[in-house]
Design a protein around this ligand. Structure first.
Ligand code: RIB
Length: 305
């Protein structure tokens, strides 16, 4: 039986425009294309974990609109258990995304139904949490919900992963003791630690600070520079596979979902990081959030000599 990963977080419909570059303030650009694509950091991580070998349950909210139906259907097609995805009054979460020809993006999210995922609603699905091997949270749902989920997961003895995205400020100090793996990118690691992060060396300083604050282990993702693992005893740098990037949307989500699936299925931390990195590298070679996430056989084929 594949191990069980539970993702507590957001579902967004991504409204994606491709343009020559990202616009500046007050500027109008002529775009190349427009598409609506299923996304949201939580849902993307759930799809990644499911395609990459885990049995997955999603805990979240969608609105009572056409996007909500589409977002749920996109998870069901991946065999993701959606008994804990609630439909609430109002609009589903949306993300306005511009992707430039250099593959970089800019994103504005509007929480919509994701704001209705309360601690009380999480409490209604405690049996889903109880069945988990690994639980993943991010920051596109209310802070009170994330704090509650981390605390409950810790009480249940689950392996807890927090991807602190998006983060522009320090986390509540009480959260750290309930996090086994904290997985920020460079800007998130800066916001949380107070140290500028733009290299392996500066990532080490930030990771050290985050462990002092109470996180169990830290993995800082550094884009094309790979990732930096720290556990308070040692650092290990994992170089990223070299690929031609088309769209970096959901690369971090693919890493987190892939890492969680591999860890839950008994891989070592190093194996799970390398696996997540290959999955993320493949995802940036394709457009969109969920459509870009590779399958287990694609990752295995990439690793084959
Ligand atoms: O991490 C990528 C995701 O961020 C997008 O799918 C978008 O919905 C935003 O949540």
């Amino acid at each position: 039986m594949p191990a069980k990963v539970v993702v507590i977080g957001s579902l967004n419909m991504d409204l994606v425009t491709r343009a020559p570059r990202l616009p500046q303030g007050g500027e109008t650009l002529i775009g190349h294309s427009f598409a609506t694509v299923s996304g949201g950091k939580g849902a993307n991580q759930a799809v990644a974990a499911a395609r990459l070998g885990a049995q997955v349950s999603m805990v979240g909210c969608v609105g009572a609109d056409a996007y909500g139906e589409e977002l749920r259907a996109a998870l069901l097609v991946e065999q993701i258990d959606c008994q804990a995805v609630s439909t609430v009054d109002g609009s589903s979460g949306v993300a306005l995304i511009v992707v430039g020809d250099n593959s970089q993006n800019a994103i504005v999210i509007v929480a919509g139904a994701n704001g209705a995922l309360t601690p009380a609603l999480i409490g209604c699905f405690d049996s889903v949490l109880q069945a988990a091997d690994v639980i993943i949270c991010q920051l596109e749902v209310p802070d009170a919900t994330v704090g509650h989920a981390l605390k409950r997961g810790r009480e249940l003895g689950k392996t807890m992963i927090l991807n602190p995205a998006p983060a522009s400020r320090p986390l509540p100090p009480g959260w750290y003791a309930n996090i086994d793996y904290l997985i920020p990118n460079e800007s998130e690691a800066s916001a949380l630690s107070g140290f500028a992060v733009d290299s392996r060396q500066t990532a080490q300083a930030a990771a050290t600070r985050l462990i002092e604050m109470g996180a169990g282990k830290v993995i800082i993702t550094l884009g094309a520079q790979g990732s930096l693992f720290a556990d308070g005893q040692r650092f290990e740098h994992f170089p990223a596979p070299t690929v031609k990037a088309v769209d970096t949307t959901a690369a971090g989500d693919t890493f987190v979902g892939g890492f969680a699936a591999a860890l839950a299925n008994g891989k070592s931390e190093a194996e799970a990081i390398r696996f997540g990195q290959v999955a993320a590298a493949l995802s940036v070679t394709r457009a969109g959030a969920q459509p870009s996430i590779p399958t287990l056989s694609e990752v295995q084929a990439f690793n084959a000599p």
